[in-house]
Design a protein around this ligand. Structure first.
Ligand code: ATP
Length: 192
């Protein structure tokens, strides 16, 4: 089984996450992509994210009906913070491809056991607005840079932070977040 792992806080999940998952699945011939929902990201200790189960529920709703995309809860079931190295260990036994936006890739050397991360999975990465992949790769230590396998995805200037702001302000997030997820957010009043 060739399995992609796309980790994130998904607070909330948005179209760029979903597009990335699909593009990577096609580019690397993956059987499935698991969107692993962080319990607490070590890089986001400074803000309180929506409850993990609510974020998982949003990811589950978002992937419904897209073959090969699944929501993962291995990080939620471990005590925080959530380290990618542990998540990859939990999926050992499969051919793993770690899927990263260029901003996350830039942080990789600061992760727990980054060298081990790079041996447990192939490193697939795409650009993000403000983070051209080539520049990010150039700035990485050679050990990681030579392992990066680029894939292309439409450049979508969307972030969860901006979406939370729009929701707080009562602005529309239609077409940036799947309709089923918008309904969940409205029903639970998650970001008010
Ligand atoms: P926030 O704005 O709150 O920091 P985010 O939008 O970056 O959140 P995360 O859940 O932290 O969302 O991201 C999960 C993964 O998706 C990371 O690898 C990140 O680089 C990638 N990603 C998120 N948004 C984009 C985007 N617009 N283009 C490319 N990659 C993205």
């Amino acid at each position: 089984m060739k399995r992609g792992i796309l980790g994130g806080t998904f607070d909330p999940i948005h179209v760029a996450h979903l597009r990335m998952a699909i593009e990577a699945k096609e580019a690397f011939g993956l059987d499935e992509v698991v969107l692993e929902v962080a319990h607490v990201s070590p890089f986001k200790l400074d803000y309180e994210a929506a409850p993990p189960e609510a974020r998982l529920q949003m990811v589950s709703l978002a992937v419904e009906g897209t073959p090969g995309l699944v929501a993962g809860r291995t990080e939620i079931d471990r005590p925080p913070p959530s380290f990618a190295v542990d998540t990859l260990e939990a999926h050992a036994g499969h051919d793993l491809v770690l899927i990263l936006g260029a901003d996350s890739l830039a942080d990789l050397p600061a992760w727990r056991e980054p060298e081990r991360v790079a041996t447990l999975a192939r490193l697939a990465a795409c650009s993000r607005p403000g983070f051209p992949l080539e520049e990010v790769v150039r700035a990485l230590p050679e050990l990681f840079a030579r392992r990066v396998e680029p894939f292309s995805a439409p450049l979508l200037d969307v972030s969860s932070t901006d979406l939370r702001r729009r929701l707080r302000e009562g602005r529309s997030v239609r077409y940036l977040i799947p309709d089923s997820v918008i309904r969940f957010i409205e029903e639970t009043r998650l970001y008010l």
